[in-house]
Structure formats: C-alpha cells, structure tokens
Design a protein. Structure first.
Length: 277
C-alpha cells in the first residue's frame, strides 16, 4: 500500500512537471511561429545546438563516439543553409568531406564506418531539417505554414493517442515502438484530412487547398514517421528519452522529432508544387 502511494505521488509529480513546462513552452512556441523571422532562426538554432548535443550523447551510449565538435559544425551549417542561397550543394559537399576526412584520420576498423553514417545522419537530422523549416518561413512569407503545421501535428498526436488508447487492438506494428497501434497510426494519417473536409464543407479557405493537402500529408505521415525514427534511435541507444532537458517531456529531440521531419518534407513538397504549377 505504501509503495503504491509512493508510485502515485511520483506519477503526479511527473504530471505536474509536464503541465508546468507545457504552460511555459506552448505560448513561447506559438509566439515564435507567429512572428517568424529572426525569432524563429534563433529558436531553431537552439534546437540545432541542444538537439545535436542530445543526439551525440545518445550515440555515445551505443558506443558510436561522434566528436562533440559536430555540435558547433552543425550550428554553422544550419546558419549557412539559411543565409547562403544557391550554395546548398557546396555546403553538403563540405559536410561530407569533413565527415569522411575525420573517418580516414581517426580510422578504427570496427567503429569508424558506423560513426561516419551516424555523423552524416546527425548532420541531416539536426542541421539540414531545421534549416529547411526556416526556409519555409522565409521563402513562403504569404502564409504561415509552420504555425498551421505544428497545430496539425498536435491534433494528429492527440487523435492517434486517444484512438490508440481506446480502440487500439493491433499493437506491435513495429518493434521500434511496440505500444503504437495500427488503429492509432491510421487515425493519425486521417486526422488532418478531417480538418480539410470540414474547411471545404464550411467553405473556409485559410490556405489554398493544394497547400492544405501538402500540410495534411506532412503532419499525418511524416510527423508520425519522425516520431518513429526518434523511437528507433532511442531503442538502439537503450535510452528512454533523448535527455532530461525538459522536465516531464524528455529532451529537445523528443519534442521536435515530428516537426523536423514534417517541416523538411513540407519545404521539399512546396518547392516541387511551385515548380509544377
């Protein structure tokens, strides 16, 4: 009985921490996404810095010893990708060159190649993806795509969670996240389309419908994919959270995994859509 009370108290404390952090973070995130511009660049620079730090520390637990200097390099590459339009390929080539050069000059037969691929994915995950999110804001100023995207992702997450909890019968659809149910996953994919249908029936056009369709795919599919990718790395590194930076929530990557994948897809899809049209 006493142990049950202790467990209940611990759960309540954790819930309180989660609520307090959410009360602080949600308004900050909404204000940053509303004003965009420099506040967004700075906010995502913090995501790059701390996200890369979390990623490297996770990899170290799996004995993949990425150099901490990549925290600085990825922060530099993030800013370079934002402010040097037209130099994408040279920047990507430079990152590849540095990673390969580091591998050659610190060669270890068992560890160097896994470290090379982990370093390159970390570069894409924590530097390129955030830069593409900023580009959505800078290149498509007419509409606030990122604010719409994060609201949709919150709706997708909530829908998938509640449907999975109440109706989820087919679990273990992937060993990466055994608790994720097929019903919840499908509900997450369909949730943003429900919003689109309601807007269409009510004849409310907050964005052109092709853009809304891209947002629905980004949030419903790629948002959930980002969550699964982060779960994959945490399972590989045998950690519960990417860090404890945000009490009750885990780390930066725990909170930003969905938006990083969805936001980067959104930028690529918009570029294709604009060129096709």
């Amino acid at each position: 009985m006493q142990r049950a009370n202790v467990d209940l108290e611990a759960e309540m404390n954790e819930l309180l921490k989660r609520v307090l952090v959410s009360v602080i973070l949600i308004p900050v995130v909404l204000v940053v996404l509303y004003y965009r511009g420099l506040p967004l660049v700075i906010a995502l620079l913090l995501v790059v810095f701390f996200g890369c730090l979390e990623y490297i520390r996770m990899m170290h637990k799996a004995l993949v010893n990425i150099n901490y200097f990549w925290v600085i390099l990825n922060s530099f590459f993030y800013l370079a990708l934002i402010y040097t339009e037209g130099l994408d390929l040279p920047i990507l080539w430079l990152a590849l060159l540095l990673a390969v050069g580091e591998t050659i000059f610190t060669w270890n037969e068992d560890k160097s190649v896994p470290r090379l691929f982990a370093t390159l994915f970390g570069f894409v995950y924590t530097a390129v993806f955030p830069a593409l999110m900023v580009r959505v804001s800078l290149y498509y100023e007419e509409y606030n795509f990122l604010l719409a995207l994060i609201l949709l992702i919150w709706f997708v997450d909530s829908t998938a969670y509640f449907v999975g909890m109440k109706m989820g019968k087919h679990r273990n659809i992937t060993a990466v996240s055994p608790q994720k149910s097929l019903e919840g996953f499908i509900a997450g994919i369909l949730a943003p389309w429900l919003i689109l249908i309601i807007l269409y029936v009510c004849k409310v056009e907050i964005l052109p419908y092709p853009y809304l369709a891209v947002l629905a795919v980004a949030a419903g599919i790629f948002g959930q994919l980002g969550d699964l990718v982060e779960s994959m790395f945490k399972r590989y590194c045998k950690v519960k959270n990417s860090s404890n930076l945000l009490p009750g929530h885990g780390g930066i990557l725990d909170r930003c995994d969905s938006i990083l994948f969805a936001g980067s897809f959104l930028y690529c899809a918009l570029e294709i859509l604009i060129k096709v049209r």
